[in-house]
Design a protein around this ligand. Structure first.
Ligand code: ADP
Length: 157
């Protein structure tokens, strides 16, 4: 089984994330979205909401599973038997950041490969921080979010 992990904070999960994940589905037998949890860091949207939203978006995709993990991504890969880590690249800044993480992960666990997909041009400016700012100031961020989500809950805690 070719299992990939798609790790992130997904605070919130955007159409950019959705696109990367959907494009990767044909490449793997299973993709586990790993919501990274850090007890010392407060998120904007609760863990429960993020879990629920991602599950809602992929409810018809049998290959996609959503899990929460506190700790190293490579440890989670081992736990679930995944050999691939999926990441999206928007800009050269993403590339430099991702390059370092992927190379360090490879050093820690040589059997794991990080696979990068370039974002679609129209998703390049979409960034969770900007979406949180829009929501914080009462704006409408729905055009940046996957379709079919219950928007009444789309507010911070
Ligand atoms: P992190 O907290 O690790 O930055 P994110 O939740 O922001 O994680 O993103 C998870 C993954 O999705 C990363 O690989 C990131 O590059 C990618 N990503 C984020 N936004 C977009 C986007 N608009 N288009 C494509 N990929 C994206």
């Amino acid at each position: 089984m070719k299992i990939a992990i798609f790790p992130g904070s997904f605070d919130p999960f955007t159409i950019g994330h959705e696109s990367i994940l959907r494009r990767a589905i044909p490449m793997f037998d299973k993709i586990i979205v790993m919501i990274g949890f850090n007890a010392n860091k407060k998120s904007f949207f609760s863990l429960e909401k993020r879990l629920k939203w991602i599950n809602q978006v992929f409810k018809h995709d049998e290959k996609v599973e959503v899990r929460v993990h506190e700790g190293l991504t490579v440890d989670f890969c081992k736990e679930v038997g995944a050999r691939y880590i999926l990441r999206g690249l928007r800009t050269s800044a993403d590339f430099e950041y991702e390059r370092a993480i992927a190379q360090v992960n490879k050093k820690m666990h040589p059997e794991i490969e990080t696979v990068f997909l370039l974002t679609l041009p129209e998703h390049t400016p979409i960034n969770a921080t900007i979406i949180r700012d829009i929501v914080f100031h009462g704006g409408d961020a729905s055009m940046f979010l996957p379709k079919g989500l219950d928007m009444s809950e789309f507010k911070s805690e």
